[in-house]
Design a protein around this ligand. Structure first.
Ligand code: FES
Ligand SMILES: [Fe+2]
Length: 440
């Protein structure tokens, strides 16, 4: 594609977005290179690969990836594609294995990626073949943040912690609330839908506004009307780096089920001790999006990835995250709640999916593409929130979406990480971690 200025397509100053970014296949191809092959992408929760030999099959962008727990406890991420003809060497969603045999011609790889077996090697290749040159391609960077495993193809990328910047402060509300950390339960729910991955990402990064309309009928049917219909005190937080968070403020936290409420009450003091009262008291954390394609909701609580599958298709993978020490009965209530609302046939999930699907239909036409979309909403919040890092906007604001698209354009325009800003550098973050260990 000829050089395009992507900042002109997403004018975050005026709040205008060119619809072509949701439909042009050339832009999608460049996203795979400049966004997905450079960003820290979520692979799996550590609880999915606890033991040596455990593996989990996922994707980074459009590339199939095997996450493997090694004998020494470390983790490797390998391109799940045979070096002979490209067949997937492992087709199970997850499991435990010391090696993977490609079922096409039988090349066999260890779970650290070395090619260990080639049928009829001497008959086919004489002595020319160098097995050591034909191992599985390894993702060079793998890092873990409080149970979440991430990887990055780009050797020049900042560390995961630098990439997260202030956003880690908000991740901790989910990941570090109590002793023992989190785990995922109930497997991974996966489904395909029509839509562009960025519409899902921008909604989870910054859209408290849609709930009043999109989810109102489900909320009324389930007795949640008050929770979303008539309460307007809240904030949207642009956490930098395209990452965004939203919350209701100034009201007691609402729990759907008394047993869940009782658990959170019983652990409230522990939460204050671990992460301080600013994040623990009087704020109901609602949604978060980590650039580019990881998102979660605290209330349900679902963790999800928007795997891109072309400009107008998304493969959603959704997990239910719980605290390890929750009583089993509470975990089960949470799992069912998560599934009923945000599984593929969940009441709230269907509301969102239908919107993204019709947006794809509405944005792709020749005439429609001449008219930009409006991302201009936002005003100052009702009071200052200096306790929270990041830029704070009113609850009905599209500042996080504008920030996400500004980040998207920055990465799409850049030739390398040398031209991309790093949220966690050049200052100490809100948790007091100095931005040391920063490469020039
Ligand atoms: S494609 Fe894997 S052995 Fe031929
Ligand atoms: Fe929604």
């Amino acid at each position: 594609m000829k050089q395009v200025d992507f900042s002109a397509m997403v004018d975050s100053g005026r709040g205008l977005v060119d619809r072509a970014i949701f439909s042009d296949p050339r832009i999608y191809e460049l996203e795979l290179e400049r966004i997905f092959a450079r960003s820290w992408l979520f692979l799996a929760h550590e609880s999915q690969v606890r033991e040596p030999g455990d593996y989990f099959n996922t994707y980074m962008g459009a590339d199939p990836i095997l996450v493997c727990r090694q004998r020494d406890g470390s983790l490797k991420a390998l391109l799940n594609s045979c070096r002979h003809r490209g067949m997937k060497v492992c087709r199970s969603d997850f499991g435990n294995a010391r090696s993977f045999m490609c079922t096409y011609h039988g090349w066999t790889y260890s779970n650290s990626g070395q090619l260990t077996g080639v049928p009829f090697e001497k008959l086919g290749y004489d002595d020319r073949f160098r097995r050591e040159e034909w191992g599985l391609v390894e993702v060079p960077r793998v890092e873990v943040y409080k149970g979440l495993i991430f990887a990055n193809w780009d050797r020049e990328a900042p560390t995961l912690r630098e990439y997260l910047g202030d956003f880690a402060y908000y991740m901790d509300i989910m990941l570090d609330r109590v002793d023992g950390g989190t785990e995922v339960i109930g497997g991974v729910q996966k489904w395909r839908m029509r839509g562009n991955w960025k519409l899902a990402a921008e909604q989870f990064a910054g859209d408290m506004y849609h709930a009043q309309t999109s989810h109102l009928s489900a909320a009324i049917a389930e007795g949640y009307r008050e929770a979303i219909g008539d309460y307007h005190d809240g904030i949207e937080i642009d956490a930098g780096g395209g990452h965004g968070v939203g919350a209701f403020t100034g009201r007691p936290i609402v729990f759907g089920h008394p047993a869940v409420g009782a658990y959170y009450e019983a652990t409230a003091a522990e939460m204050v001790r671990r992460i301080g009262s600013d994040r623990a008291v009087g704020t109901q954390w609602v949604h978060a999006g980590m650039f580019p394609n990881l998102a979660w909701l605290w209330d349900f609580p679902t963790l999800r990835i928007w795997h891109p599958r072309g400009p107008d298709s998304i493969e959603v993978w959704a997990w239910c995250v719980v605290e390890r020490k929750m009583p089993p009965a509470v975990k089960e209530i949470i799992r069912l709640n998560c599934q009923r609302h945000f599984g593929p046939s969940g009441t709230w999930e269907q509301d969102d999916s239908e919107n993204w699907s019709y947006c794809a239909g509405g944005n792709g036409g020749y005439i429609a593409r001449k008219y930009p979309l409006n991302y201009q909403m936002g005003r100052e919040p009702a009071r200052e929130y200096s306790e929270f890092p990041g830029r704070i906007g009113s609850v009905y604001s599209e500042q996080n979406q504008r920030a996400l698209y500004a980040r998207w354009a920055e990465m799409m325009n850049a030739q390398s990480w040398k031209e991309i800003s790093v949220p966690g550098r050049a200052k100490s973050d809100h948790m007091g971690n100095a931005a040391a260990a920063v490469a020039p």
